[in-house]
Ligand binder design. Structure first.
Ligand SMILES: Nc1ncnc2c1ncn2[C@@H]1O[C@H](COP(=O)(O)OP(=O)(O)OP(=O)(O)O)[C@@H](O)[C@H]1O
Ligand SMILES: [Mg+2]
Length: 824
């Protein structure tokens, strides 16, 4: 690897009349030597690898501004990829001030948004309707459920969720259904292959793409149609990618396709110039686009979604003429926080050593706290936030509380509400996941795309119109018989065999309303269409007439959705007006000029978790942000609380037996620590309830990896004085005594059975085996439902014991406490 260390000379300030920030010298002045080298680098592919907070994202932003200010690049030639829409918005905004309305032509977006834009523009090549629907994870699961039922797959052995996840993995590896079918072996793979094929067929019928399809279809489009690839290749001369360590294989291939091949020999260029001079229009060379990617292998935390560090580790092999630049100065955190982060991450194997340093001084010590239980932990966090605000001049908006899983937020919410700490939860049950919002969007999607089977079926009988499951099945049968879509079959419901006249009338009402509103959608903006359909369908009236207080909240959420649509319309109109003022840019077919239902649905479909982070409102003191560690990537906060630092919580129980997964958890810890600018807090609870029972969690193994001299413990486990008095010391776990049998056989255990999807009868059986069987790898077992199996691995002990068991056709992790299992 060779690093670039030449320091580009800073030119004396020239024309002072440039708008601020568009002066190249000024752009470079706020950067260190390596950052500057990255910003001005021209030609070969460029990889910037650097630790957290070293200014990678800042370099990308400045590089874009520099390209526009100093290198005669036009905004339309730039494509920048960020991990969230929020990050894209920030980057666009920062650059926009520099270039005015021309900035519209720059693509700054997530991979998914970029692909949607390409697919909308090229829908004919891709064999899609221009109004195709986008299915999110929940829609895919619903569709997979239909498929699994149709194929008569045993839902216990082949849960739809798992099938959908496996299909997603295959798509991330660019393995399509026919390739997989050809190579599938064994009953489990063959079942998956069948489900995959049938799922794809259903998607095609519904004119829908799932999230992973967006990428895979775009890759195939570019590979299959050289003229389409050429068009984008000619258009995008600069491709920039943030958070490159979290790209998966499909995204990586997409980047390669967009960048294009190595430079052609000059004679080829001459040939092109003679035969197709338009390809050389604007003087754009036909060589590969300039590629600049930034990332940090230590922050790769999406392996479970198919992200592969390989993409960053082997960048130089894949792009042989690539340059690499390292950044080592951290501008975000104190040296104490950095030292802690460095010491944790250095335990991982297979990493290139690097040492971040900061010149912002040692700062405050890390503060640690051991709570009796999760309520005590939240209580302490709330009081400490109060103190920071009252005594140290911090605002609530300066503070973030991180946890490993979404479910941990509830206790914090309860206590923050009681203490009056203003907060916002990012992720969790999000606005767009609420039932009424999904129903309303399903109406809109069914209007935009009548073939969208998942959406149509979702709202067909919501509100009730007397269309039961039986009627649906009759329509489905008609659709199969006539080989038409479900939506088309609804129009001919009267012909369906066995359908009741009541259902035919209900379906008639439904299709009439939909047809009317569909006509309206051709000319009216999405907010009016939404209001019309909510009123015409009776959906809103039903909520308004309800006595359930929750329904009032649902009406508010629908009002909010109408506002979201209105904002969308206004944004498009504003942008179009700004574009009209831009003389040198003609119409751009890849940019929306008028608001449309499809455009609105596209925007909504692509909203990611991180987009709900509140913007800094400047005036007010804002709210505390709560989120999972995964969502925290790329962000920074003056004060960070890392909570639930317990083995089994973080690192997550699932990952504890596997070295690679454990290393991914450690990278997550590194991400968490490095979000903090000035203050870092770590906390854990000695007991934490799970499924209504107390669990005793030992200290997270990541805590002793932090240098002890950097931590100021406000309370240790020695102070733990609950009913297991004396049983728990710091770093050791208490003996688990087991719940009383009243608990395990009472109504609670039946509720638990429901939560776990278990047959309640089996819980009784399992509770008789309160003594969790002690298993070791190699043991043979019998499971009431899965039959005979062999233990592959074991982790945890007492109530947390889990075993990985190979049942022949499948291998699964089983929590022994709940399992009807006997050792043979
Ligand atoms: N040369 C610099 N001078 C002053 N501040 C800087 C400089 N470079 C970066 N910063 C600031 O340091 C902080 C971290 O920068 P940035 O977010 O770009 O880092 P990053 O490498 O992208 O971090 P992460 O790996 O967490 O995504 C930001 O507040 C940024 O404005
Ligand atoms: Mg960044």
């Amino acid at each position: 690897m060779h690093a670039l260390f030449e320091i580009p000379p800073v030119q004396p300030a020239s024309s002072a009349r440039r708008p601020p920030g568009s002066d190249p010298d000024e752009l470079l002045r706020g950067l260190n030597a390596q950052q500057r080298a990255a910003v001005v680098h021209a030609g070969s592919p460029l990889l910037i690898v650097a630790g957290a907070g070293s200014g990678k994202t800042r370099v990308l932003t400045h590089r874009i501004a520099y390209l526009l200010a100093a290198r005669d690049v036009t905004p339309g030639q730039i494509m920048a990829i960020t991990f969230t829409n929020k990050a894209a918005g920030e980057m666009r905004e920062r650059v926009a001030g520099l270039v005015g309305p021309r900035g519209r032509r720059m693509w700054v977006s997530t991979f998914h948004s970029a692909c949607v834009r390409i697919l909308r523009a090229e829908h004919e090549h891709a064999g899609l309707k221009s109004t195709f629907s986008i299915y999110d994870a929940d829609d895919s699961r619903r569709l997979m459920q239909l498929v699994a039922r149709e194929l008569d797959l045993d839902p216990k052995r082949y849960p739809a969720r798992s099938l959908a996840a496996q299909v997603s993995n295959l798509k991330n590896e660019l393995v399509d259904e026919s390739t997989f079918t050809a190579r599938a072996s064994g009953p489990a793979e063959r079942a998956l292959a069948e489900a995959y094929s049938s799922y794809q067929q259903r998607l095609r019928q519904a004119h829908a793409l799932d999230f992973d399809d967006l990428i895979m279809t775009t890759v195939r489009l570019l590979q299959t149609f050289p003229d389409v690839a050429e068009h984008y290749h000619r258009r995008f001369r600069h491709i920039l990618v943030d958070e490159y360590q979290d790209t998966n294989h499909a995204q990586y291939v997409l980047i390669k396709e967009l960048v294009g091949r190595s430079p052609e020999a000059p004679s080829d260029l001459d040939d092109v110039a003679a035969s197709a001079p338009e390809l050389l229009a604007d003087g754009a060379p036909l060589g590969p686009a300039e590629l600049c990617v930034v990332g940090d292998a230590d922050q790769s935390i999406y392996a479970f979604r198919g992200a592969t560090i390989r993409n960053i580790m082997e960048f130089e092999r894949d792009f042989p003429d690539a340059e690499t630049i390292l950044l080592e100065q951290n501008y975000r955190s104190t040296q104490t926080i950095l030292n802690a982060a460095n010491r944790v991450i250095e335990r991982n194997s297979e990493r290139k050593p690097k040492n971040l340093w900061s010149d912002s001084g040692p700062g405050e010590k890390i503060v640690g706290y051991v709570a009796d239980n999760e309520h005590d932990e939240a209580d302490w966090v709330a009081k400490e936030i109060d103190r920071l605000v009252d005594d140290e001049g911090y605002k609530p908006a300066d503070v973030a509380v991180f946890y490993r899983t979404n479910a941990q937020s509830r206790v914090f919410e309860d206590i923050f509400i009681r203490f009056g700490v203003p907060y916002k939860v990012v992720g969790g049950v999000r606005f767009y996941e609420r039932k009424e919002v999904r129903d309303a969007l399903a109406y809109l999607r069914a209007i935009a795309n009548p073939d969208d089977v998942v959406s149509v079926r979702r709202i067909l009988n919501t509100p009730r119109r007397g269309i039961g499951e039986r009627a649906e099945a009759c329509v489905d049968a008609l659709a199969s018989k006539e080989n038409i879509s479900f939506g088309a079959a609804l129009e001919r419901a009267g012909e369906a065999v066995g359908i009741s006249s009541r259902a035919v009338k209900g379906i008639g009402d439904f299709t009439t309303i939909m047809a009317e509103v569909r006509q309206m959608a051709a000319t009216e903006p999405p907010e009016d269409v939404l209001e019309a359909v909510l009123a015409r369908s009776g959906y809103l009236a039903e909520l308004e007439e309800s006595d359930d207080p929750q329904d009032a909240g649902r009406v508010e959420n629908l009002q909010e959705l109408v506002s979201v649509a209105r904002e969308y319309t206004e944004r498009i109109q504003r942008a179009a007006a700004a574009g009209d003022a831009d003389e040198d840019a003609g119409p751009d077919p890849e940019i929306e000029e008028t608001p449309s239902l499809a455009g609105f649905l596209e925007q909504v479909a692509l909203v990611a978790d991180a987009d709900e982070i509140p913007d800094d409102d400047g005036e007010q003191s804002g709210v505390v942000t709560m989120m999972t560690l995964h969502t925290a990537k790329g962000l920074e906060f003056p004060v960070v609380f890392l909570t639930g630092m317990e083995d089994g919580v973080f690192p997550h129980m699932r990952s504890m037996g596997d070295k690679r997964e454990l290393e991914e958890e450690r990278r997550l810890a590194y991400v968490g620590i490095t979000r903090a600018r000035q203050r870092l807090y770590i906390s854990r609870a000695v007991t934490r309830s799970a499924w209504g029972q107390p669990q005793y969690n030992p200290e997270s193994r990541f805590v002793p990896e932090l240098p002890s001299e950097l931590i100021d413990w406000k309370r240790t486990a020695d102070a733990y004085t609950s009913w297991t008095r004396g049983g728990v010391g710091r770093g050791e776990s208490a003996q688990y005594r087991g719940p009383s049998s009243a608990l395990t056989n009472g109504p609670k255990s039946q509720a638990l059975a429901g939560k776990l999807g278990l047959d309640p009868k089996l819980v009784g059986a399992a509770s008789e085996m309160r003594q969790v069987p002690s298993l070791s790898p190699g043991d043979r077992v019998n499971h009431d439902r899965h039959g005979l199996g062999r233990v592959v691995a074991v982790q945890g002990s007492g109530p947390r014991a889990q075993a990985q068991i190979d049942f022949g056709d499948q291998t699964m992790w089983i929590v022994l406490r709940h399992a009807p299992i006997q050792k043979l």
